[in-house]
Ligand binder design. Structure first.
Ligand code: NAD
Ligand code: MG
Length: 396
């Protein structure tokens, strides 16, 4: 029986993971459920899955959950980052699903890496902000890194895996990273000025959390995924080709030296990559309907539009700068939250990222403290930019 810690349990990735786990009560047990503040959702999940431990980011949320679950002595409710670090690193835990959204997911992912766990990595922001540190911790901790993100999961599936569990890149010419293009594909930049958070979150193919949905709409997500692929598969950015594929059926491809191109296909349902990682190296049922190739019809591919969606171009620049992607990701996180709150326009997101990238002192962060400082500087600068955009006269 593999004991699993599901971090970000109330989110889109967390729920898909719990759905797969529940299909295999003989193989997996959800031993730890972690979330931030959503007590109602967490109570329901706890009653369904009866994890020995539930942990909330916010102490008041933990208190409320403890009260709600007072009729059962079988679930211990905790709160805070240190107890989460300890739970993730506990000897009984086999796999950790890193499904917390944003930079907040870094600390627990590092704890899993240090403890040598199977890390089922959905949280890309942690890897993008602290790539060097994170990959080194995975190596020194003897952890196994399995990418949940559908594109990187597809790449993993199309690569031979060496005895030490790492992908073998020896004969690879290039990686082809696919993008759906998001809900605004084909629109001009001018037409994007007035789009609403609701429209931005309505992804044509995937059902996801709000932050990644907006990232998909701006193409910032593809910028984050470019950096993610570089770290996971030890590539330079120019060894990765980005192609828009609106149907989201081909999840990415590997070009080999002999001209062969291997692709992984599947329904746009995160339960497939999650099941691949949970079961790895075996395959387990994910509860996903079979892909009907004939009904799928045409598979199209086109180049990304960097003029309408400058976030991707900004990421392509930032990735060449020391600490650039840490700053990109932090500025993006703050800007997306402001857009979702109705404080800025959709097209302000890339303006804020560009301005923060040019203002913050860029440097390679090689310790956790340095990563946290660079992230905090970028957030502070992004906050200032948002204030100026929200009330342009306030600077005078
Ligand atoms: P979501 O918004 O649906 O869920 C986020 C989860 O994180 C929630 O459970 C929330 O409680 C938890 N959380 C947030 N801050 C926390 C904190 N400080 N402490 C503890 N828990 C905290 O997000 P999602 O769509 O599930 O995405 C999660 C991560 O997976 C993101 O990094 C995203 O980029 C990545 N990802 C998601 C998908 C997808 O299909 N949803 C696909 C690929 C990658
Ligand atoms: Mg993805």
């Amino acid at each position: 029986m593999r004991q699993i810690a599901v971090l970000g349990a109330t989110g889109s990735i967390g729920r898909s993971t719990l759905d797969v786990i529940a299909r295999h009560p003989d193989r997996y047990q959800a031993t730890v459920l972690a979330a931030n503040r959503s007590v109602d959702d967490m109570e329901i999940l706890c009653r369904q899955h009866m994890p020995p431990y539930a942990i909330m980011g916010q102490p008041d949320a933990a208190e409320a959950l403890r009260e709600r679950l007072s009729d059962t002595a079988r679930i211990t409710v905790l709160s805070g980052s240190e107890p989460l670090d300890d739970l993730v690193a506990a000897p009984a835990i086999h796999s950790v699903v890193a499904g917390i959204v944003g930079f907040a997911g870094l600390r627990s992912a590092l704890s899993a890496a240090r403890a040598g766990k199977h890390i089922l990595l959905a949280n890309k922001e942690a890897l993008v902000s602290a790539g060097g540190l994170f990959m080194e911790t995975v190596r020194s901790g003897g952890a196994t890194l399995l990418p949940v993100d559908s594109e990187h999961n597809a790449m993993h599936q199309c690569l031979p895996i060496m005895n030490d569990g790492r992908p073998d890149m020896t004969h690879v010419e290039k990686i082809v990273l696919t993008a759906s293009g998001g809900p605004f594909r084909g629109r001009s930049r001018e037409a994007l000025d007035a789009v609403t958070p609701e429209e931005a979150c309505a992804h044509p193919n995937w059902s996801m959390g709000q932050k990644i949905s907006v990232d998909s709409a701006t193409l910032a997500n593809k910028g984050l995924e470019l950096a993610e692929a570089c770290w996971l598969f030890d590539r330079y950015p120019d060894q990765i080709e980005i192609v828009v594929h609106p149907q989201s059926i081909v999840h990415s491809m590997i070009r080999y030296r002999d001209g062969s191109v291997l692709a992984q296909l599947g329904q746009p349902d995160m339960r497939t990559p999650i099941a691949y990682c949970l079961g790895w190296p075996e395959r387990v049922d994910a509860g996903v309907a079979p892909l009907d190739i004939v009904a799928t019809g045409k598979l199209e591919f086109e180049a990304p539009d960097l003029t309408a969606f400058p976030c991707l171009a900004l990421a392509q620049w930032a990735i060449t700068q020391p600490g650039g992607m840490c700053v990109f990701s932090a500025a993006n996180e703050v800007a997306v939250a402001a857009f979702l709150a109705g404080d800025i326009r959709f097209t302000d997101i890339d303006r804020i990222i560009a301005s923060v990238l040019h203002t913050v002192n860029l440097m390679e962060p090689d310790t956790l403290a340095a990563v946290q400082l660079l992230d905090a500087n970028a957030r502070e600068e992004a906050g200032k930019q948002i204030l100026m955009m929200a009330s342009p006269t306030s600077i005078f």
